[in-house]
Design a protein around this ligand. Structure first.
Ligand SMILES: CC(C)(COP(=O)(O)OP(=O)(O)OC[C@H]1O[C@@H](n2cnc3c(N)ncnc32)[C@H](O)[C@@H]1OP(=O)(O)O)[C@@H](O)C(=O)NCCC(=O)NCCS
Length: 236
């Protein structure tokens, strides 16, 4: 599901089953005191990440939660992880191609009472009223997923927390895209000004997924890639 939202040079592996994987000692230590559910999602996400890294011809390396929980990827690799009930995924790419990546999956269920008001801006609440007519998507949860993808793409390149009020998301229900305007001071990363993110979303099999992939300055899409991933440059 998520792979279809990402450009061809991103390796994305997702699964609906839990998988047995040998964790590195540092990974084992990271979940030593965790409950079984957390150990399972953590391990299966590492399984996904190892498979995805292999597609980039990278050997397995420990992927441990670092500062504020951001996963540690091998040098010159960017990536993102998500897990929710019945779904786990990891996406990785070479840094020469992508500046950053953010993926998120959520159940297609309404948020608990009061949460939408906490995570949304007034503009987003206005838009939410209009989106109601588009299909069976729980738009409040979709907004949440998109904001989680925004944070996962933002944090690794800025090392700054981003509050829910610091992004205003506009969802295009027909094109299945979104645009997130950031209200935090823009970041300048490897020559790219990061003040907004553009991404894609999907809803299927009881899940909502969203993804952001920001191309690096050196990313030169082939004609085929440009057709397959027309939002590549809009992410800047
Ligand atoms: C960290 C957070 C984004 C995780 O999202 P989630 O929907 O709860 O959980 P998911 O299962 O989809 O994602 C978990 C994965 O996110 C990744 N992650 C955690 N913190 C991260 C960070 N600071 N930066 C990038 N990725 C991070 C990790 O890989 C984690 O999996 P792991 O612990 O197995 O490695 C969320 O819990 C959070 O803290 N949000 C507050 C900040 C925010 O969302 N701001 C909105 C800005 S508009």
């Amino acid at each position: 599901m998520i792979e279809e939202l990402l450009p061809p040079r991103v390796a994305c592996v997702e699964t609906t089953d839990d998988h047995v994987v040998t964790l590195f000692p540092e990974e084992r230590a990271a979940v030593a005191g965790a409950v079984e559910k957390r150990r399972r999602e953590f391990s299966t996400a590492r399984w996904c990440a190892r498979q995805a890294l292999r597609r980039l011809d990278m050997p397995p390396t420990p992927i441990v939660p670092g500062r504020r929980g951001a996963p540690s990827w091998p040098a010159a690799v960017v990536g993102s992880i998500t897990h929710c009930a019945g779904f786990r995924a990891a996406a990785v790419a070479h840094q020469r191609d992508l500046l950053t990546l953010g993926i998120d999956a959520e159940p297609n269920e309404p948020l608990s009472p009061g949460v939408f008001e906490t995570i949304s801006t007034p503009d987003e609440r206005d838009e939410h009223r209009m989106l109601g007519k588009f299909g069976s998507v729980c738009w409040d949860r979709m907004l949440f997923s998109i904001k989680e993808s925004v944070y996962k793409a933002w944090y690794p390149v800025t090392h700054q927390f981003l509050d829910f009020a610091e992004a205003t998301v506009r969802i295009d229900a027909e094109r299945r895209t979104f645009h997130a305007e950031l209200h935090a001071p823009p970041a300048h990363v490897s020559g790219v000004r990061v003040a907004a993110f553009t991404g894609r979303w999907a809803a299927s099999e009881g899940l909502l997924v969203s993804a952001i992939a920001v191309p690096s300055r050196r990313y030169l899409p082939t004609a085929h890639e440009d057709r397959a991933w027309p939002v590549a440059r809009a992410g800047r």
